[in-house]
Design a binder for this molecule. Sequence first.
Ligand code: SAM
Length: 347
Amino acid sequence: MLFPLGSGITTKVLPPTKVPVKLLLDNHGRVIDYLRLSITDRCNLRCRYCRPEKGVPFIPQNEILSFEELERLVTIFCQLGIKKVRVTGGEPFSRRGCLPFLQRLKKIEGLQDLHITTNGVKTAKYLDALAELGLAGINLSLDTLDPKRFWRITRRDYLESVVDSLHGTLEHGIPLKINSVVLDDTSDDEIVQLVELARKYSVTLRFIEKMPFSGISRSKKHLCSSLSIRLKNILPTLEELSPNFPTTARTFSVKGFNGKLGIIEGYSRLFCNTCNKVRITATGLLKTCLYDNGVLDLKKMLREGTDDQEISRAIKNCIQTRFINGHETERFTSKQDVEPSMASIGG
Ligand code: SAM
């Protein structure tokens, strides 16, 4: 199309150039565009479903990926088609240098959304910087609002700091999701108290099935009651939403609520058919399913001087050999007597 300008010069308006969209597809045709990064196994809480109080030594620092190694991996993954990265742990803010690391990650080409998952103990003081950074969202873990129960679950007394981080995140306008693991002894009262948060505030509160990642001996039976039935009993007006993007959570709206509710059926594994994520553990293992033992030793490759192209190829190979769902992965994966701890996997 030609447009005459006042000067008599004409200019040609070109149709927008199509930038090729990189898609990383697995062997089942699922788009993989989400990477979860555990940057440390250290944590200032000792949640009893995640790790034992004592007896699990911290991983020595030199076995944890350095920030430079992590940045290099994220760059490679983004070149492959990853668009969303979640930094998690352990507790991400327990690792010195977490904030500058997030600031560097944000600049990586191709990375569209940077998120963190945090327990909120130390998060409040970073909120100004996180808002300025344009963080796409915070997932805050909070299993109860009852101080005694908080102590019993986390073995620490930090409920107030977590609640401060919750309100601070809302005040800073950072999108907030609250993750609550439902335990065998979680009462309806506790659930109702948490649900109040979603009624009052614009948050998504997700109840999570407890999964077998406690860092303690495998119990004979992993008990897990249906969260959807329980929630529907408490809130009969729940309405399930059908999102048009892959998600691990079933989301519900409730009349009169500012926020939403969700459930993550990580033990039942009903969402695997839309799984779009892979993980890197604190020690640099690539996991293409939460239930595998790690399918590629990225740290070894990095430290042996493997070049980016070779690492890229190895990652693609792993993504081409994923199991269809977490039940299949579990069936074909050897199990230790002790469950792995979510603290090093990253949740
Ligand atoms: N420290 C951060 C936090 O607390 O959010 C990030 C790491 S934590 C391992 C990530 C998430 O995993 C938390 O929401 C935690 O509740 C969840 N988690 C840990 N162990 C779990 C288990 N056995 N079953 C279900 N969720 C678990």
